[in-house]
Ligand binder design. Sequence first.
Ligand SMILES: *Cc1c(COP(=O)(O)O)cnc(C)c1O
Length: 396
Amino acid sequence: MKQEITLKADSVFANTYQRLPLLIERGEGCTLWDSDKKAYTDFLAGIAVCNLGHAHPAVADAVYHQAGMLCHVSNLFYTLPQTELAAALVEKSFADRVFFCNSGAEANEAAIKLARKYFYDRGEKDRYTIVTMEKSFHGRTMGTLSATGQEKIRKGFAPLLPGFEMVPFNDPDALRKKISSSVCAVMVEPVQGEGGVCCPSAGYLAEVRKICDDVGALLIFDEVQTGMGRTGRLFAHEHFDVAPDIMTLAKALGNGLPIGAMLATERVASAFGPGSHATTFGGNPVVCAAALAVLETMQKDNILARCRETGAYFKKRLLELKSRHACVADVRGLGLLLGMELTMDGNGVVLAAMEKGFLINCVQERVLRFAPPLVIEKNEIDGLVSCLDNILGSLE
Ligand SMILES: *Cc1c(COP(=O)(O)O)cnc(C)c1O
């Protein structure tokens, strides 16, 4: 049965994903079940998406009720869920205005367009360059691909969009050398996710803010992966006491429902007027109802404090593995976005863990990435750690 479906899938899907051989049927909390009814503890959460766990009843209820009342009307009209969600995000962030879309890439597209339009409106028509970071990831559309600092992702799609320059992450001197009055914005992930779970060094993001301010460039934080509590604060930049001019969100915003958002200050957002930018499904009432339920649940269940505590415990346990296994080169991350860098390819470990009922993944070939639902329990972490202990021991 399972093989029939995976073979069929492989014959009809565009061949863009390297899938694990699991047919997932159902989820609840931090557990997923496949078609053989085998249970897996999920340390990936759909790539940092299902932060409240799978099939969360508050989100399911919100979707059910909203879908039975109104699914879509377009942005030619006002709806209550979109209004309330925007107001909640404004209240909880540095931002004054929100543009809704359907994915992380689209949120970054909106940010790129807004930054360029801001300077165009001020008569600086040649000020369109955006500086991004090496090993960054901003999405797969032509614009966000051009912003992404990874050759393997850009390869084969030339010509890319002009006006993007890259500097190494965590290198303020390189940024200072690159920046000029022709740069409209610097775009950076506060913690690089796909790039290998790379944290900013002390003072780096504040330095980036200052370098932008010195030439009047805008600062864009791509919080598509780090936002919505993943790092133990609602937005990762809050750890570093630095506010951007523009921020993008997506992944965990709808706990699995497809929604993205671009948030900006009044000054910058005013560059968008009617007709400047649009998307049919953006801020659709169903996904906004889901996101409202997410925000409400995060508050009610004290998810941020829980994430900080569980994240610290998880990191401590991973550091124990590092002290026991020579093949662990580094443990890093913030909150429940953690990485363990190996001295070898990590994909064998991912498969071995899957056999034992734990779902993790590997980025940049050698970095195991852990991004479980924020409601993960310590005993589940203990289970994964002892599983990894065995796997790493058997590889040595
Ligand atoms: C996942 C991700 C994106 C792209 O989001 P999509 O919804 O896949 O388009 C952009 N930026 C970061 C930091 C991401 O992690």
